[in-house]
Structures are given as C-alpha cells and as structure tokens.
Design a protein around this ligand. Structure first.
Ligand code: SAH
Length: 345
C-alpha cells in the first residue's frame, strides 16, 4: 500500500486517520503540532511519541520535505531565492522577501505550467505536474525554519497556475490559515491567476478573505491573446464579470497585475483602457516593469515611462502601485532559476 502524505491532511482528516490506526485522538493534536507548528520533517523528531509509535507512523505515512538544491541571496536587498528538490526529484522555486510590513514568501503551485504566457520563463517547458498541498506548505515551512524568521505574508505567484490546481490550492489555504498551524491570516495571502473564469467564481463562492490578483497585462482581447493563450478561452468582458462577482461575494478588491512591455501595452490608449477596467471593478493596479527573459525579446518600459503611466492612472483616481523589484541580481523572474538548473543538467 502507498504511504499517506500526512502533511496534506487537515486536522479533522488526521484525527480520523489516527483513529483508524487504533490510536487515541490526542495523538493527532501532537502530530499536527509537530508538522505544522514546529515544522519537523521526520517522525524521529517527534520526541513526545514513543520510538515504537514513531516507527509505526513512518510505515503508514510519509512527511513531505523540501531539500534545498540551491539558494541565492541578493546583495541588493537580501531577497533569497530557493530551489527546492521534491521527493520525486522535481524542482520548484520559492522566494523569500523582507518588507517593512513583514516577511513574505512567494511559492510555486505547479512544477512547470501549461498556460504558455509569452513573457514567462516558467511555462517554456510546459507542465510536469501539480503540487500537493503539503508541497505548497513545505516551501513556506522550510523557509521559515531555515531563516528562523516568521513568515507573515504568502503570495502564490511563483511557477504554475493556481487555478489549474484548484482543489489542492483550497486545501493548502485551509492548512496555512488554520489556527492549529502557522495560522497565517487569510488577509495576508494573495493568489494570482491568469484568469480561469470558472475557478475564479468557485473561489468567490468560498467567501474567503484572501486577495485575488488577476494577471491582466492588456486591455484589449486582441493584444491579450498575443501575450496570453488563455485569452483565447475567456474574453476580458467575462474576466471583468468574474471580478465583479468576486468582489460582490467576498467584499475584497481584486488586484490587476499589469506587466509593462515597451511599445506593446504601455501606450496612452492602454492607460485609458486600464483606467476604464479598473474603475469598473474597483481594482487596485500593480504595475510591473516586465522582467526580460533571454528566450524572448520583450523589453521593459523605461523607468520614466512607467512613472508617467502610473500618473495617468492616478489622475483618474485609480489605486495604483509599482511593484518593487526585488532580487533582480538573482534571476528574480519566475522560473528562471529552475530553468537554468534543468538546462544545465
Ligand atoms: N499563473 C499565475 C501566477 C504565476 S505568474 C498568474 O498568471 O498570475 C505571477 C505573475 O508574474 C503573473 O502576473 C505573471 O504574468 C507575471 N510574470 C511572469 N513572467 C513575468 C516576467 N518575465 N516579467 C514580469 N512579470 C512576469
């Protein structure tokens, strides 16, 4: 029989599973505490359990643990990028960032990605597989354990499309924000999607207080289709309906991610379109100067033009920020570290 991924079980599931093994219920609390608070990676570290019990547990379950394959630290801002090796030998990337409001971790939701966005390095080799809830959690747990610093914010903006791994994403959110575990506030969690409309609506129905970010990147269907294949499936109009629905159900404002690509989506008509769309759904706009990847020839908008673009939005009372670029000196763009390592193997 295959062993059970114990870190993907929520508290109730663990209790039931422990009961099935004929063990008393309080063992579940102890084990859950070791896994999700003390962040151990082996049963041997669970010192309030007998050696007998620990070996019995390790016959039934396995504990997901990420092994650090590489780590790069930015000399500019202390941002750390981790390349983790998973149980089956696959790699994922995660990033640790220090902000004045607390530490933030950006995690991957899949090994690779099948969305095919033209400017993104994570999707160049397609999707290998989805991550389990435990593998999403473990990226955060390992970083908190390694740095010894509390992680207060989590963004699901690394490699992968979280709405293409919907059930595992929901389970991950449940575990991450559980009072018995790290207890990260839902308000401090952001999930970014390229815009899979059905699942944006399903997520709205969950009535969570997380932030949903939509990678918009263009204001016309035509241009969006050039950058993002998913735009062939859903129109901007359908996306805006989903955003409105999300806001109605949750009361949470959507964030539009908008990567500025020189001469592609940074013109005056683009700013006007963005003002219209952001106004319609009361979105917050996050401008990102595109991070050029060597496989494509998209160039970033010049700094002054980014500021001018931002000013246009502000004049129309759109809530807008420019994403602080962190870790540029360490292959900051999504998927670049993983790709470099895989290509050189
Ligand atoms: N699949 C999800 C989450 C992962 S991508 C999504 O599409 O939102 C996280 C964000 O980084 C997205 O907004 C994505 O469009 C953006 N991104 C990807 N490659 C980029 C690059 N080279 N420069 C700037 N932003 C990029």
């Amino acid at each position: 029989m295959d062993k059970i991924d114990i870190k993907s079980l929520d508290f109730e599931e663990l209790e039931n599973s422990i009961k099935e093994m004929g063990l008393p219920k309080f063992r579940a609390s102890q084990i859950y505490d070791w896994l999700h608070k003390k962040l151990v990676t082996s049963f041997d570290e669970m010192t309030n359990l007998s050696a007998d019990l620990r070996s019995k547990l390790s016959e039934t379950y396995y504990i997901t643990a990420c092994e650090v394959a590489r780590m790069q630290e930015s000399r500019e801002d202390g941002t750390r990028k981790y390349l983790f090796k998973l149980r089956d030998g696959n790699y994922v990337e995660s990033v640790f960032m220090r902000y004045h409001h607390g530490n933030s971790v950006c995690i991957s939701s899949q090994v690779g990605c099948r969305m095919g966005c033209k400017f993104c390095a994570s999707t160049l080799d397609g999707l290998t597989r989805c991550l389990e809830p435990s593998e999403m959690l473990e990226q955060i747990y390992r970083i908190q354990a390694l740095t010894g610093e509390r992680v207060s914010n989590v963004v699901v903006m690394g490699t992968g499309e979280p709405m293409d791994n919907y059930d595992n994403l929901l389970k991950f959110i449940k575990l991450l924000t559980d009072g018995h575990g790290l207890n990260i506030s839902q308000r401090n969690l952001t999930v970014s999607t390229c815009g899979i409309v059905e699942n944006m609506k399903r997520l709205a129905d969950e009535k969570l207080s997380i932030t949903l970010a939509l990678s918009l990147h263009s204001v016309t269907d035509e241009k969006r289709r050039e950058l993002m294949p998913i735009a062939n499936k859903y129109s901007i109009n359908e996306l805006m309906d989903a955003c409105e629905y999300y806001f109605d159900k949750t009361g949470r404002r959507i964030t539009f991610e908008y990567a500025l690509v020189r001469d592609v989506n940074d013109r005056d008509e683009d700013a006007k379109g963005l003002i219209r769309l952001a106004g319609r759904v009361k979105a917050h706009v996050n401008l990102i100067p595109v991070n050029p990847i060597k496989e494509r020839d998209y160039r970033e908008t010049a700094r002054d033009d980014v500021l001018a673009f931002k000013n246009k939005l502000e004049k129309s009372r759109i809530n807008v920020t420019i994403r602080r670029e962190m870790g540029r000196d360490i292959d900051g763009a999504c998927g670049q570290l993983r790709k470099k390592t895989m290509d050189s193997e």
